[in-house]
Design a protein around this ligand. Structure first.
Ligand code: CAA
Length: 240
């Protein structure tokens, strides 16, 4: 059995592409998902990858969910913190719930998953975390004070945990995707999205597989000297 990797929000969009790429690399992959049972069933039927349902923003649910995965599949060696939501709106229109829910899931999820898995990786002397940030965490985005803060937080979280993990063989890196052709980006109003795409030098939205390729590298044995870094994959939209 290969090393075990878990991808949060792993049954759709970018997460699904990551799950499939890591499986192709020889990992034993498990996907976590938060809500869409139908998509998760279809994903597992089509890929053979098991899907476990829990809310990554719920601390206890993460501890319990990861313990279940470890007893049913094996010790978790790689965590891809990909689960995330948007609740876009200008500050004037954004509710406290919209703020808190995005922080709880997008940033809190990284903490919760690390708390559930770091000790085991440390004991075994090997581990990989890849946290999916965002161009909007680097550059900000109109209508996203919640999402930009959470994603920016992910970049700080990555650099801090990288320092703690380095001497135990645990690398911690982030990927900052630009606008990728997923359901999340499709929800951006068409005229707004058109303006955004017009500013992408490569001239198109990215593909989920293009993010997965980066994750694949960061999880590889050959990437052992890469830690605390952020890989931007954004078609040149923001050069950071
Ligand atoms: N900069 C400056 N002004 C802007 C602006 C911008 N980028 N975007 C809009 N405005 C202005 C508009 O011109 C408008 O001004 P006027 O009233 O003077 O004409 C005003 O702000 C209100 O704009 P909207 O009509 O768009 O306001 P709204 O309340 O209907 O919608 C919004 C606001 C929900 C934030 C909407 O603009 C929106 O959805 N924007 C897209 C946000 C976005 O990019 N989200 C990314 C989601 S995908 C993702 O997050 C994945 C990832 O990691 C990349």
């Amino acid at each position: 059995m290969g090393k075990v990797a878990i991808v949060t929000g792993g049954t759709r969009g970018i997460g699904r592409a990551i799950a499939e790429a890591l499986r192709d690399d020889g990992f034993t992959v498990v996907a976590n998902y938060g809500g869409n049972d139908e998509a998760a069933r279809a994903f597992s039927d089509e890929t053979g990858i098991p899907a476990y349902k829990w809310d990554v923003g719920d601390h206890q649910a993460c501890l319990d969910g990861c313990a279940k995965v470890e007893s049913e599949v094996g010790p978790i060696d790689a965590v891809i913190n990909n689960a995330g939501i948007t609740r876009d709106g200008t500050l004037m229109k954004m509710s406290y719930e919209d703020w808190h829910e995005v922080m709880r899931i997008n940033l809190g999820g990284c903490f919760n998953m690390a708390k559930a898995t770091f000790a085991g990786m440390k004991e075994r002397g090997w581990g990989r975390y890849v946290n999916i940030g965002s161009i909007n965490g680097q550059a900000g985005q109109y209508g996203q004070v919640n999402y930009a803060s959470a994603k920016s937080g992910i970049h700080g979280f990555t650099k801090a945990l990288a320092q703690e993990g380095a001497r135990f063989g645990i690398t911690v890196n982030a990927i900052a995707p630009g606008y990728i052709d997923t359901d999340m980006v499709a929800a951006v109003p068409a005229p707004v999205l058109e303006k955004i795409v017009a500013k992408i030098p490569v001239g198109r939205l990215g593909r989920a597989e293009e993010i997965a390729r980066g994750v694949s590298f960061l999880c590889s044995e050959q990437a052992g000297f890469v830690t605390g870094s952020t890989m931007s994959i954004n078609g040149g939209q923001h050069m950071y």
